[in-house]
Every structure is written in structure tokens, then in C-alpha cells.
Design a protein around this ligand. Structure first.
Ligand SMILES: Cc1cc2nc3c(=O)[nH]c(=O)nc-3n(C[C@H](O)[C@H](O)[C@H](O)COP(=O)(O)OP(=O)(O)OC[C@H]3O[C@@H](n4cnc5c(N)ncnc54)[C@H](O)[C@@H]3O)c2cc1C
Length: 473
């Protein structure tokens, strides 16, 4: 048999890198395999928000906060759902993660921690955003990882994809097999290979709908499938809630991302949102993103068109905040999700909406706007929508991560449906399910837990495994 590593880590991304670093620092000889040709995983795409309390940065700014308050905010925002012990352990350890990242050189934005508005807001400034988004995090984790590679504590194999787990006669995980047939053996096997966001197959299986968003291409659910093949319990998928809201990019194939500002705290809406029935479905200026997300989930195909006219285009702050004028023009000239029409009839024809329904909806909005009394209670109505050319931008409920994942205990041991751990098998990161944080979007609770549980697992894996072996004897 080939060499038996102390720890085999599958996936050198957000959770895998800190896990390997801390295990190596504890004296483990660690083998890391990574499907991509570089380390970092989803961090190369992510916005990079993390959250944590009692940090050095909070202390410096005199912010009074605590893990209890963090956890209370989780409960308030997710309506008491999710895995409470898992969330509480994260809240208790998240601040140390933020401090550690700072210690290894990470730089959050100057005014952070802050209250941020992409997700339902916390009561206290405890969200930190990298200067360079997720890349800023990858750029400090990668050198710390490389330092352990140079010391000989971590061995890294890039472009090496796990296809399945190897077990012994007792069902304990003892290694991994790669797609090229190579076998790598270890005393501890750690799955940190991300979620299934990029797998249309698993998305259809777990959620019965197409996936729309932007994802790391290797997030195919390999780890989840491998663990489930050993009897791991799959949970939390039902907590799925989408992000409000993404649009197509004329230059990026089928990806959907946040290219417009639909967050009233950052830009009040001047447009109306119209579903595929040609009807409005909410007050577009509702400050709660949770309310907007749930309203969007109930619409046909979870999409809406943002409708406006030339006067709004001229006077409102830019809707398509991320793009320069040539790119905006290109979108309207080339992409089916960006439409213009001289009249509402023409716009309806180009968007596929019912002309009668669209005209009725716009007329009703204008009547309410004239007397400042909106049927949905909207308050911000600076202009009517009444003079062409008219514009329509299609918005989608998007998902960038997996809500379902394999169940683990608080020591990251992968659990079977009967609550028993699969010996030697651990998991951290998105593959334990973002839905574990409940039926809501909580700011900074995917990257934060991935790094935090990865860090704790790496630090303790040799101890936890020896306790487990003793218990089994
Ligand atoms: C556009 C976008 C924005 C986001 N913004 C935020 C945010 O602001 N805050 C937040 O908390 N979360 C955010 N997320 C989610 C967050 O980035 C991810 O949930 C998190 O980074 C996942 O960490 P991970 O370690 O589980 O997976 P990854 O970081 O993806 O790491 C998994 C690694 O495993 C590798 N791998 C996969 N399969 C195999 C295999 N079979 N064999 C070997 N290697 C394999 C992958 O290549 C990858 O390197 C965002 C996600 C996206 C896509």
C-alpha cells in the first residue's frame, strides 16, 4: 500500500486551506488534492463578506458585541430555523477567525466592520468585506498554505480530482481514489470540496428547478456524493432561499450576477418590478431583503422584469451600476434579457409579457404615483412611467451556493442517518450545507464558517481522531 498520510484533505479552497495549514502546524503530514490547477476555490469569485464578534477591529472602534448577540441575530433573521448548536459554535469562534486572518495580512475595507445591506441586516456592525472581495482572502490564505508546503508539512497535488472514497472492511474511510485511478491513503480523510452549485444534475435532484447564478466550476458536489455513498445523511436543502436578484451578462455566457442595484438602502427604486403575468408583486422599496426574496420565490419561474421609461433612465441613479455605457448599450442591443420599445405594446411583444396586463399595471402604478398612494404601499415614487422609449431588464432569483449538505457533528465528523459517525471521515465548508444556517440569507455565513470550521478541524483533528479511536477500543 502507498504511504499513509496523517490527514488527506480533498479540496484546497476556503475550508481546505485553513484546515491543512492548522493540521500542518500541529505536526501532521498532510496530503492535499485539488481538482483545479490552483488553490483558493470559490474565493476567487466570492464577494468576500465574513462576520464575527469580539474582534480586534470591533474593539478598536469601540463596538460592543458578543457571540450571543450574533447568534440572536441569526435567530431573528432566520426565524429560529437551522442547526442551532452548529451556528452557536460558529458565532463563538468567528471572531478568532477574523483576527487570525488579519494576523496573516488580510485587509478589510477601511470602514469595516460595518452594517451591510446585501442580506438582512445585523443589529451591530460585525460584517467585514475584503478590499479585494474573496480574492483578498485567497491572497492571504494561499501564502500561509504555501509556507507549509515549503516546510514539507503539506504535499499538494493540483489538477487531481477525487472520484470516490476508499473504506476498510469496517466501513471506515481510509483513503480516496482519484479520477486517474490513483489511491491516496490517510488516517483522517477531510472533505472540503465545496458544494453542488455548479451541478445542474444535483440542483435538479435536490431542488427540482434550474440553477441560476455564478459558481466555481468545480463545485459539482463530488464530496457530497462520495460521503452519501458511505451512508452520510443529506440535510438542509429545504431551507433554500434565493438571492435577490441577478441579471444576465452579455459577455459571460449563461451566468447571472448582481449587475443592478435593487437594494433600497443603496439606491431607491425608480422602476417597477413586473412578474411574468405582467403584474407587480411587492413594494419595490421594501427595505427587508428577506421579504423581497420570499416574494420573488412565489413568482412564476422566480423572475421579474424591471420596467422604466426614458425619463427614469435619464434622472435616476444608474440601475446597471457595474457597467459602463458601451456595455449597457451592448446588453440592450444583443441580449434577450435587456429590451427596449417605443411603446408599451412593443415592449410587451419583445419581453413576451401580455400587453394588456403590462399596460394595466403601468397605468395603475402611475395613478397611485400621481396621488402618492401605492397599492403595495411603496413610498418612493419620484416619476411616473409614461413616455417611451420604455426599457425592461429581466431579473432572476439567483443562487451562488448549495443549501443542502452532509450532516456532521460539532467536531466535523460526517454522520450517518442514525447519528453515528463514519469513522475517520470529516467535512467542512459548503458541503455541510449553507441551509444549516436556516431558511434565510445570513451575511458572511458561508465563507466565515468554512474558514472557521476548517481552522478548528485542522487544529484538533489529530486530538479528535485519537479520542475517537480510544472510544472505539
Ligand atoms: C459569486 C459568489 C459570491 C459569494 N459571496 C459570498 C460572501 O460574500 N460571503 C460568504 O459567506 N459566502 C459567499 N459566497 C459563498 C462562499 O464563497 C462559498 O460558500 C465558500 O467559499 C465555499 O467554501 P468551500 O471551502 O466549501 O468550497 P471552495 O472554496 O469552492 O473549495 C472547494 C475546493 O475543492 C475543489 N474540489 C471540488 N471537487 C473536488 C474533487 N472531487 N477533488 C478535489 N478537489 C475538488 C474545488 O476546486 C475547490 O478548490 C459566494 C459565492 C459565490 C459563487
Amino acid at each position: 500500500m502507498s504511504k499513509v498520510w496523517d490527514v488527506v484533505v480533498v479540496g484546497a479552497g476556503t475550508a481546505g486551506m485553513p484546515c491543512a495549514i492548522f493540521a500542518a502546524k500541529r505536526g501532521a503530514k498532510v496530503m492535499v488534492i485539488e481538482a483545479a490547477d490552483k488553490i483558493g476555490g470559490t474565493l476567487w469569485l466570492a464577494s468576500g463578506q465574513i462576520s464575527g464578534t469580539k474582534t480586534k477591529l470591533q474593539a478598536k472602534r469601540g463596538i460592543d458585541d458578543s457571540p450571543d448577540k450574533h447568534f440572536a441575530d441569526f435567530m431573528r433573521i432566520n426565524h429560529g430555523t437551522g442547526d442551532h448548536p452548529f451556528m452557536r459554535k460558529f458565532a463563538e469562534n468567528a471572531g478568532a477567525t477574523v483576527d487570525w486572518l488579519q494576523d496573516i495580512g488580510w485587509q478589510p475595507q477601511d470602514d469595516h466592520p460595518a452594517i451591510t445591506y446585501g442580506h438582512e441586516i445585523y443589529t451591530t456592525p460585525r460584517t467585514y468585506w475584503s478590499k479585494d472581495g474573496g480574492i483578498g482572502l485567497a491572497n492571504v490564505l494561499a501564502p500561509a498554505f504555501d509556507a507549509e508546503v515549503k516546510k514539507g508539512n503539506i504535499t499538494l497535488k493540483l489538477s487531481t480530482r477525487m472520484s470516490e472514497l476508499i473504506t476498510d472492511d469496517h466501513g471506515a474511510a481510509v483513503g480516496v481514489r482519484t479520477t486517474s485511478g490513483q489511491e491516496i491513503h490517510g488516517k483522517n480523510i477531510v472533505l472540503t470540496c465545496g458544494g453542488y452549485a455548479a451541478s445542474a444534475e444535483l440542483w435538479g435532484k435536490f431542488h427540482n428547478r434550474p440553477v441560476r447564478g455564478q459558481f466555481w466550476p468545480h463545485s459539482k458536489g463530488d464530496g457530497i456524493k462520495a460521503a452519501m455513498s458511505l451512508g452520510a445523511e443529506f440535510k438542509w436543502a429545504d431551507n433554500l432561499i434565493p438571492t435577490f436578484a441577478g441579471t444576465s451578462d452579455p459577455d459571460s455566457g449563461d451566468t447571472k450576477w448582481i449587475n443592478t442595484i435593487c437594494t433600497p438602502q443603496l439606491r431607491m427604486p425608480w422602476e417597477i418590478f413586473v412578474n411574468l403575468n405582467g403584474e407587480r408583486f411587492l413594494a419595490e422599496d421594501n427595505p427587508s431583503v428577506d421579504v423581497r426574496e420570499r416574494a420573488l420565490m412565489k413568482q412564476p419561474d422566480m423572475v421579474f422584469w424591471s420596467i422604466y421609461d426614458e425619463a427614469v433612465r435619464e434622472k435616476a441613479p444608474p440601475l446597471l451600476f457595474a457597467w459602463d455605457k458601451p456595455k449597457q448599450d451592448r446588453a440592450f442591443a444583443t441580449h434577450a434579457d435587456y429590451r427596449t420599445g417605443a411603446t408599451l405594446d412593443e415592449l410587451a411583444e419583445k419581453t413576451g409579457l401580455s400587453a394588456a396586463a403590462l399596460k394595466h399595471t403601468v397605468e395603475r402604478y402611475n395613478q397611485g404615483q400621481a396621488v402618492k398612494s401605492d397599492a403595495f404601499g411603496r413610498l418612493h415614487m419620484p416619476l411616473p412611467i409614461h413616455k417611451g422609449p420604455f426599457y425592461a431588464v429581466k431579473h432572476y432569483a439567483i443562487s451562488v451556493l448549495s443549501f443542502g449538505g452532509v450532516n456532521t457533528d460539532l467536531n466535523c465528523r460526517v454522520l450517518r442517518g442514525n447519528g453515528q459517525p463514519i469513522p475517520n471521515l470529516y467535512a467542512a465548508g459548503e458541503m455541510v450545507g449553507f441551509g444549516r444556517f436556516g431558511n434565510a440569507y445570513l451575511s458572511g455565513t458561508s465563507i466565515g464558517p468554512a474558514i472557521t470550521y476548517g481552522r478548528l478541524l485542522g487544529d484538533q483533528i489529530l486530538v479528535w481522531n485519537s479520542n475517537q479511536s480510544q472510544a472505539a477500543e
